[in-house]
Design a binder for this molecule. Structure first.
Ligand code: ZN
Length: 393
């Protein structure tokens, strides 16, 4: 069945018009349009799921006023597939366009979230709605997941959905995590360990450095050691298409005045990790590098929230590109499988489904910008691919 572009565009536009800025991206412009966060869109999605014939709709409060929303649409078989879409968006404070007008103009739907990542949600809902009205059902049973807090705050919605699915005893065959991938099924993402290293020196008058311990100067060899670690990683043969791990020192702070020997200096260090690396082992290695290089006492803390298993950081996500689902999505879209440098909810879903791919229309290169749009032609193309996957009859 073909659903026309206008219907798809209006379905996406309706979601764009419901502001769902991540609370960590709050600002005066976002707040002008009502309460911040994913609460309003979750309630609206629950209504739309109902209207499209869901046989079960669950609002799962992750944080006060910020629920995940799950809708199950019974298929003609017991095979279970999941589409996960994060409901939050990034900030709108720098936008040069009305952020939530959801206008359909020049062949695109405009507004925050249109590309990242309400497009897939709008298309799936338009398809389910049309099928429901025609008395059709998808072949697999579909669980549609709207998850909070992907853009900031530590993948909290995905972190919550996983144990929910496990408690329900769900056996998920295929899982699609919606993100703009230009219709390429993404089968690998680097993981992340992010730490703060703080050197503790001793303050003194700057005319008498011998009486103090300069924490900023102490950090210099630590930074050099992390640069050397990055170079060492580049010399290792990559195990997968994701290439090598990387180390980047991304932030530094310290010092109290021009005439004071600084007693404290902190840096943030990000380590992108590849398949086969354990975040806990990487964290230990990073800590050992800092301690060995730092001439004064130093403290190391993880800047990422703990995973449900109580461990810090995220392992990489990786699945071979020749699995059935990845090959199907590539064939149906006329694209090739790919890996991606950015993080997504998939970092929480390793092993949850038999097969998983990150997939969606539009390019991540255009996300989070001063204007945001998704082409209606891309919505039509997505409906074709998802229609072939879910095959109503
Ligand atoms: Zn996204």
């Amino acid at each position: 069945m073909d659903i026309d572009g206008q219907t798809l565009a209006e379905s996406v536009a309706e979601l764009v018009r419901i502001p769902s800025v991540n609370p960590l991206h709050a600002g005066p412009r976002a707040e002008e349009h009502g309460p911040i966060g994913e609460g309003a869109i979750a309630l609206r999605l629950a209504e739309r799921f109902d209207k499209c014939g869901a046989d079960e709709v669950v609002l799962d409060e992750v944080l006060p006023g910020r629920p995940n929303v799950y809708g199950r649409f019974r298929g003609r078989s017991d095979r279970l597939v999941v589409v996960d879409v994060h409901t939050d968006t990034v900030t709108v404070e720098h936008m040069t366009d009305p952020p939530f007008d959801g206008r359909i103009e020049h062949g695109s739907v405009w507004g925050r979230g249109a590309l990242d990542t309400k497009a897939t949600l709008g298309v799936v809902l338009a398809m389910l709605d049309a099928w429901h009205r025609d008395g059709l059902r998808p072949e697999p049973t579909l669980l549609l997941v709207g998850s909070i807090s992907e853009e900031a705050g530590g993948l909290l919605g995905a972190t919550r959905f996983r144990p929910w699915a496990e408690q329900q005893g769900l056996r998920i065959d295929q899982m699609l995590v919606a993100e703009p991938t230009e219709f390429r099924p993404v089968h690998g993402l680097k993981g992340l360990v992010l730490i703060e290293v703080t050197a503790r020196g001793a303050a003194a008058h700057s005319s008498r450095p011998d009486l103090g311990a300069n924490a900023i100067e102490a950090m210099a060899p630590v930074i050099a050691a992390f640069v050397a670690e990055h170079e060492r990683l580049q010399s290792l043969p990559p195990a997968t298409e994701l290439g090598s791990g990387t180390v980047s020192v991304t932030r530094i702070s310290g010092g109290t005045g021009g005439n004071v020997i600084p007693d404290r200096c902190s840096i943030s260090v990000g380590r992108r990790i590849v398949p086969g690396e354990d975040p806990g082992d990487v964290l230990e290695r990073m800590s050992a590098i800092a301690r060995a290089a730092c001439p004064v006492p130093c403290e190391i803390t993880s800047l990422l929230p703990l995973r449900p298993d109580g461990k810090p950081g995220s392992p990489a996500f990786y699945q071979r590109p020749d699995t059935g689902f990845v090959r199907f999505l590539a064939r149906a879209s006329g694209t090739d499988p790919a890996v991606a440098p950015f993080g997504t909810n998939a970092l929480r879903y390793s092993g949850l489904a038999n097969e998983l791919a990150i997939f969606g229309p539009g390019s991540i290169d255009h996300a989070h910008q001063a204007t945001e749009r998704i082409a209606v032609a891309d919505l039509v193309r997505l409906a074709d691919v998802l229609g072939a996957w879910l095959s109503p009859a």
